[in-house]
Design a protein. Structure first.
Length: 481
């Protein structure tokens, strides 16, 4: 439903961040005591580098669904549900790379010397190159090394696992070398899968960042990092994450990985599908409290998009006016978030009211669902915020922007009880937060987060508690142009 970005990144005021090393070189002081410098050669990381964690957010479409397919603008924003990739370097004698996605039961190990390095070396791309398509010969060279992934699983699960493994291995072979340090890459995610929240893009951003750090193609965020340098490094992460998305989705829009990389929000539009879209990053998008609510009704993006296409064919003038109205909503929201005080009560109220109108227009296109309408009714009755569907509709998820002034907790608590009773899945999150971040080394409160702790953390709350997602956010470092 969205369009491929052209790599444009808006500038913004520089914000301070603590330094992060490029994954543990012995060439200089540790990340906590020295500023990392831009590196022009690709050196391998120290085999005894400490574990580190990379994290990237999911996304939600805030305004403009369906209209964006027909050339209008849409706005997507980062949510605080995130993926976390723990990278644990092994001793030199291991010579293996292991991928573990605990939440879906994927685990696979490759013997590094056996991988098709010759094929990739012959067509080696520089880490700073713009890669806009997959090389069919390289994809083919990987296939013998993907064939044994999840052999004992169902066809559906195996396809999903092989796609994830292909994305990782293509990036590993593109950015690494035969002398890459043996490492285990363990992933946990708090993003619901398959409901349009950008879970795969979040994972690809984590993998891209981790591998770029290990090959020393990133200098890491640090207090003296210039805006242009931070933008360039985010762009590098985003480009390689898009390569991973191509392995998983074939022809992705690129918007999901752009949001996961940069955070905050993006305004995107593609008027001509033969050309790159217009993509602008909205770094001043306010961080706002949000309820993300899953209807637990499966949806088909393709079916909903086709439904709107058929309506447009039957009633081109009417649907054209609806698309124009949705575009006006998106543009109005853009004016608010780029205004003088996007976080004010007045601005938030304006954004909420626009969400309500946007939902009504989407309903007129026929992409709502009784579960979505029931959800909207419950929120309206409680008076706690403004609700709209997000994504393709037909089920899936809705978002509720909470009112900045709540008279008491009682209506919200009653709403939560009602949602649980009617089998809606609720996630308390925020929208508009940071993009990709690094915890280097993987230490909080003087305790190292090891692989066993990471893989056995229970549920979303357990993972977020372990990595300090809420209480230790200052320990994480972000590229903030």
């Amino acid at each position: 439903m969205t369009s491929r970005p052209n790599g444009h990144v808006d500038g913004g005021p520089q914000r301070s961040a603590k330094p992060v090393s490029a994954a543990g070189s012995q060439d200089g002081p540790p990340a906590s005591t020295a500023h990392a410098r831009p590196l022009h050669s690709r050196k391998e990381s120290n085999p005894l580098a400490p574990p580190f964690i990379v994290s990237a957010p999911g996304k939600t479409i805030v305004y403009g669904e369906h209209a964006v397919v027909h050339g209008k603008a849409a706005m997507a924003a980062a949510i605080s549900l995130r993926s976390y990739l723990l990278c644990t370097t092994l001793s030199k004698s291991k010579r293996t790379a292991t991928l573990i996605f605990a939440d879906i039961g994927l685990k696979h190990t490759w013997h590094i010397p056996d991988l098709p390095w010759a094929a990739f070396k012959a067509k080696r791309k520089k880490y700073y190159d713009m890669v806009t398509s997959l090389d069919d010969e390289l994809v083919e060279a990987m296939q013998p090394h993907i064939a044994s992934v999840s052999e004992d699983r169902s066809p559906e699960d195996r396809k999903r696992d092989k796609n994830a493994a292909s994305a990782f291995l293509y990036l590993f072979l593109s950015l690494g070398s035969e002398s890459s340090p043996p490492c285990t890459y363990a992933l946990r995610s708090t993003i619901p899968v398959g409901v349009g929240l950008g879970s795969s893009a979040s994972i690809c951003v984590c993998m891209s960042t981790a591998l770029l750090l290990q090959c020393r193609a990133l200098s890491g965020p640090h207090p003296d990092q210039m805006t242009k340098e931070a933008e360039d490094q985010l762009d590098r992460i985003n480009r390689w994450a898009f390569v991973g998305e191509m392995l998983i989705h074939g022809n992705p829009s690129g918007v999901d990985n752009t949001v996961a990389t940069n955070g905050h929000a993006v305004l995107f539009q593609r008027k001509d599908y033969t050309k790159p879209p217009s993509v602008s990053i909205l770094r001043d998008f306010p961080e706002l409290p949000l309820l993300l609510i899953d209807t637990n009704h499966a949806k088909s993006t393709a079916a909903e998009v086709a439904k709107v296409g058929q309506l447009k064919s039957a009633h081109p003038a009417v649907t054209g006016h609806i698309f124009e109205a949705i575009d006006s909503i998106t543009r109005s929201a853009h004016d608010v978030v780029t205004g003088d005080d996007p976080g004010s009560i007045e601005s938030i109220t304006h954004l909420g009211e626009l969400m309500t109108v946007n939902h009504g227009l989407l309903t007129s296109l026929g992409v709502s669902h009784p579960r979505l309408e029931r959800l909207r009714y419950l929120v309206d009755q409680a008076g706690v915020g403004w609700t709209k569907l997000t994504g393709a509709g037909g089920g899936g998820c809705a978002i509720t922007l909470l009112r900045p002034t709540q008279p008491s907790k009682t209506p919200l608590e009653q709403l939560e009880d009602q949602l649980q009773e009617e089998r809606f899945a609720k996630y308390e999150t925020t929208v508009g937060g940071d993009g990709v971040g690094v915890l280097y080394p993987a230490v909080l409160n003087d305790e190292e987060i090891d692989q066993e702790m990471f893989l056995t953390a229970e549920g979303r709350e357990g993972v977020e508690e372990l990595v300090g997602a809420k209480r230790d956010r200052d320990a994480w470092h972000y590229w903030r142009p």
